[in-house]
Each structure stands twice: as C-alpha cells, then as structure tokens.
Design a protein around this ligand. Structure first.
Ligand code: NAD
Length: 358
C-alpha cells in the first residue's frame, strides 16, 4: 500500500521525535512492502513565525487530503498567553481537531514490561500488569457548552458553564468504545456521575442500549469518583474506559501517570471520515529541545496506533510495539527514563535501535 501522511512537526522537540517516527515508518514500509508520501504541514509556533498565524489557511484541507496525520508537539514560551489568539499554538490544536471532526480521543495507558519499576504504584499492583485504553469524548460536554459570567445583586459575580450531551454524541463515542473492546479484552467500563447529573443519566441509558447490542462485550458502569480511586488501587481491572470530555481529560492524565513516563505514551484522535490524528501525549518540552535528549518512543508508538486504527494493519502495529519493548528490555534508556547508574542514549540512537529491531 502507499500511504499519504501529513507531518506536523511543530515546535520544541516536535521535529526531533517526528523524524525518528518517520524513520520507523520507513523501516515498517520496507519490511511489509508499503510506501509513504509525506506532506509537511506548518502548524503551531513555527507557523506564527513563518506566516503570522499558528493555524495557516488551508491547513485542514491539506490534512484531509492525507490518510493520517502525525503531530509532534506545539507550543513554547515564545508564543505565550500574552499573544493574540491567532498566534497561539493552542488555538491551532483546538482548530485542527474541530475541523477534522475528531470526536474520539484514544489514550492507551500500558505499563511496558521492561518499565515496571517506573510504576509509582505498589509492586504487587504493577506486577498484575496495566493495559487500558481511555476513550474520551472530545468535542462535546462542558468544554464546548454555553458559558456566561454576570453580576448578581447580592452574590457578586457569578459564572456558569453548561454541560450538554445528545443521544447521538453519546452513541457514536459509545460505539467506538465497544468496537475497540472487541479488538482487545472485550470489556467496557463506562464512567459517569449518574447519581447526580442528568447528562450522566442520559449517557448511562445510551450505554446500556449499546451494551445489549454488543452482548459479547462485558460491560460495567463506574462512577467517576470511584474510577479515580480504582485507577490507583487496581488499574489492571480496566480494559476500555469510556467517558465524557471533562472526566476523560482528568482521568486520562491520572491513568498515564500510573504507567510512569510521559515520554512513552501515544494517543490518537479519530472521527468518522477525516484522517485520524496521532500524537504523543507530551508537549514540546522546550527545556530539552534541540539537545538530542527527547524520548521518541511516545511518537513511535503513535505510529503503531496509526497502523492499527487508521490502516487496520495490526501486524505492522505489533511489530513496532515489539521493537520498542525489545529495545527497552535490552536496557536502553533516554535520559527521562534512565534509572540511576544507567548511561542514557540520545533521541537519534533510540530511533536507530528501534528501526534495527524492526
Ligand atoms: P511537556 O510535556 O512539554 O514537558 C513536561 C516535562 O516532561 C518537561 O520536563 C520535559 O522535558 C519532559 N518531557 C516531555 N516530553 C518528553 C520526551 N519526549 N522526552 C523526554 N522528556 C520529555 O509539558 P509542558 O512543559 O507543560 O509544556 C511545554 C509546552 O508544550 C507548552 O507550550 C505547552 O502548551 C505545550 N504542550 C503541547 C501539547 C501538544 O502539542 N499536544 C501538549 C502539552 C503541552
């Protein structure tokens, strides 16, 4: 197959980690007989510097003409909150996700076997293994609801944020979760606050309907406060966890921390028709940019997700994940994950070793 990939290298360590991921893609292409056409897309602080805005005209169209989008990271102190919105990198990130209709955010939190010591939880908890997929609704709920701030007569200023969800929005994210569970260990945990919120009660009723339809998948309701506790008590119990936007924002960060390092975790944002967007969960790490110190593994594992979810190529995805695990098992570490006494290697060397294993 020939795949056309949009590359948004972005700012800080973005170009360094994307370059290694591209090298891995090419190695996979050689092994499995695929070719790639790469299209560089300017977005973020670097776009502000080049053309005066972080989200240049035509960006979404360029991406839509590709099969998938790989993003490094954007942002940095140079383009801070004192700048107008159209020059800020965050504006571009929200815009591209919205324009591509990416309503499902997939964040796996898996403890890689060789990194079990990096897990901050009790040894016996880590030993049970952690391999869950957080599925977060990305374009609805309180982050996109009507907001207001107004003066009251006797209580000073008051502010409101509206959380709204339609059956249609809940059903499409729910279906994603059940379909994903079928590719994994066939369990869905749906997180809500149905004992308090009306939106959660609607959420739960739609999920129950889907659970009947996907009767081969085990299903459970989990209240969000209980989920927060269970993620540190026994994360091994979860397979696919599906939840609304704000709960997902918080829980996915919690889930990623139990696996140890920010430099190892990939993510995918997908919609129904447009190309999926794949990116590491970390930011542009300006403190280490340009020093060959960044860990490229999160971006490389994002490419594995691209093969699995955009191209339905599980074998290629497995090959990338196996190569990463093999390099880690041999003891190779970038500075962010190096145990005391271990001499770390650089970004490029880590990329080279993973390519070699493929
Ligand atoms: P960050 O993730 O960039 O960095 C946090 C810490 O983790 C830093 O010490 C950094 O050196 C380290 N780190 C991150 N990725 C690493 C990697 N691959 N290898 C080794 N170490 C790594 O978060 P931050 O410092 O809060 O944000 C920096 C900039 O990134 C900000 O401008 C922020 O807005 C932006 N950001 C962008 C995205 C994105 O592009 N999706 C996400 C988060 C933050």
């Amino acid at each position: 197959m020939n795949y056309k990939i949009a590359l948004i290298k972005g700012d800080g360590i973005g170009p360094e980690v994307v370059n290694e991921a591209v090298g891995v893609m090419e190695a996979v292409g050689k092994k499995f007989g695929h070719t790639f056409e790469f299209v560089d897309v300017l977005l973020g602080g670097c776009a502000t510097d080049a053309v005066g805005k972080s989200y240049p005209d035509g960006t979404a169209e360029k991406c839509k003409a590709c099969d998938a989008v790989l993003l490094g990271a954007v942002g940095g102190p140079k383009w801070g909150s004192d700048k107008p919105a159209e020059q800020r990198p965050e504006t571009a990130l929200l815009a591209i996700r919205k324009d591509l209709g990416l309503y499902a955010n997939l964040r796996p939190a898996a403890l890689r076997p060789a990194m079990a010591d990096a897990c901050p939880l009790k040894k016996e908890t880590a030993e049970k293994g952690i391999d869950l997929m957080m599925v977060r609704e990305l374009t609805g709920g309180i982050y996109f609801g009507k907001r207001d701030k107004y003066q009251t007569e006797d209580r000073g200023l008051e502010a409101t944020d509206l959380m709204a969800y339609s059956e249609k929005e809940i059903e499409r994210i729910g279906r994603r979760a059940f379909e994903l569970a079928r590719l994994r260990r066939k369990k869905v945990s749906s997180v809500d606050k149905a004992n308090v919120l009306e939106t959660s009660r609607l959420w739960r009723s739609v999920m129950h309907r889907l659970a009947d339809e996907y009767s081969d998948v085990q299903y459970e309701d989990v209240l969000v406060d209980n989920c927060a506790m269970q993620l540190v008590r026994d994360p091994g119990q979860f397979d696919v966890v599906v939840t609304e936007n704000m709960f997902g924002d918080i829980l996915s960060d919690e889930a990623s921390m139990v696996t140890g390092s920010i430099g190892l975790l990939p993510s995918a944002s997908i919609g129904d028709t447009a190309p999926g967007l794949y990116e590491p969960i970390h930011g542009s790490a300006p403190d280490i940019a340009g020093q060959d110190k960044a860990n490229p593994i999160a971006t490389i594992l994002s490419v594995a997700m691209m093969f699995r979810y955009s191209f339905q190529r599980a074998e290629e995805a497995n090959a990338i994940e196996a190569a990463v695990d093999a390099v880690l098992a041999e003891g190779w570490r970038t500075p962010d994950i190096a145990e005391p006494g271990v001499t770390p290697i650089g970004t490029k060397e880590m990329g080279r070793l993973i390519r070699e294993h493929i």
